[in-house]
Design a protein around this ligand. Sequence first.
Ligand code: FMN
Ligand code: MN
Length: 484
Amino acid sequence: MVPKDLRSFIEVLEQHGELVRVREEVDWNLEVGGILRRIYDLGAPAALFEKIKGYPSGMRILGAPMGRGRRSVYSRHALALGLSPEAGYGEIVRAYVERKNRPFKPKRVATGPCKEVILRGDEVDLFKFPVPFIHEGDGGRYLGTWHTVVSRDPVEGWVNWGMYRMMVHDRNNTGMLIPPIQHMGRMYQKAEAMGKPLECAVAIGTDPASVIVSCAMLPDRVEEVDIAGGLLGEPVELVKCETVDLEVPASSEIVLEGYVPAGERRSEGPFGEYMGYEAGRSGARPVFHVTCVTHRKDPILTVSNMGMPIHESQVVMGITMAGDIYDELIKLGLPIKMAYMPPYGVTHMIAISTDTPYMNFAKRVAHAVWGTKAGSMVYYVIVCDSDIDVTNFNEVIHAISTKCHPVRGIHQVPHAPSYAYMVPFLDAKERPIGDGAYILLDCTWPKDWPKEALPVKSSFDVLWPKEIRDKVLSNWQRYGFPEG
Ligand SMILES: Cc1cc2nc3c(=O)[nH]c(=O)nc-3n(C[C@H](O)[C@H](O)[C@H](O)COP(=O)(O)O)c2cc1C
Ligand SMILES: [Mn+2]
């Protein structure tokens, strides 16, 4: 069963030993963040913090909801899709791609649990929630770290869901980190050019499919809510907001409504970021004014804690970005076998296995990757022949070290788009403006080498005839070796 709201996801996690209820009182000030960091480091279960210092008992935090799982990196992601926690990477990616290609339009409902409490205007106080101060050195308490930000394109009218971090400035204002390479950033750029505010709504604590698509890198004009319906296998139920012309999932734990005015900036950051550094520092960034808050009576605030791998960014975005790139390359007709983002590549690196029908084909693959939204910030592309299992990075490193010519096999693209603010390898001038670079490591045999010139792999399955292999395998224990 695919969990349809946050509470049923919590039950599923608990049933599979992927959740610990923390009954001990914890402090929102650094302690929650420290616990979450250890969870990621150890691959420990998610945490439901039931007692937070200074807050009433109904106010809870679900931390590390989809971090590295206990059975495998992706086991909580598998549970979110209703798959077995033992499901392998290939099975999860295929399920994601199949379901995203069967989207459902959302269903409008009159009301929902997210409307149990409604606070407007002066009643709004974001500190009502146990907003964590996550890492030492952060610029403030971060309310939006595992959530959905809804906005409508002011020119084209389509509705985007994205995940953009939100630092609380004061009781009714937060930061919003939205460079124009992201969909909401483009929408804001257009609104600002017209001198208009951009309305937005933030849903915290939704069903896992909705949050998965919020941090997915789907193409322009694709409405993420439809894809969430595809992942759920049924439409997402939406309710109207109170003060803005937008809709949010009815089952949300907490909803913030408001707008990002044109021209206004306040200092936002620093923050421990997804790549494992605080490289983005602080800067003058757009501000979200909250006009209304609605929530369940006993709301659960979802928190992820970016920093060193392996956390939600590498688990969830690792699956969806590789899945989206795979899907879009297949739709172009390219003979791709598999695409994989190794978690320590922090979504900056992808390895792709493919057949190579003609000369310089790896370049076609790499440029196709960079042409997608999901691949626009994948700085390292490794293209391998189809016999390589790219989900096994030992094989990929072997392919790089033996098949990629250190000069001819490397294709550099200077001045490529990058995420603004925080990419660690960029210098002080490039980093804030997102002046990046791409590289292709071509690990495919050149097409103009005659077949006889291709080195033969000296592996068990290539260099020994089948009858010898069968004999060795069937006699294995008779030789005196343990099973294996
Ligand atoms: C926990 C977390 C926090 C994120 N914070 C930001 C952020 O502050 N700004 C941003 O541009 N992207 C952020 N991202 C990445 C975006 O959510 C992701 O790129 C997504 O595709 C954006 O949606 P869009 O493609 O509709 O713009 C974050 C991702 C995660 C998992
Ligand atoms: Mn989008």
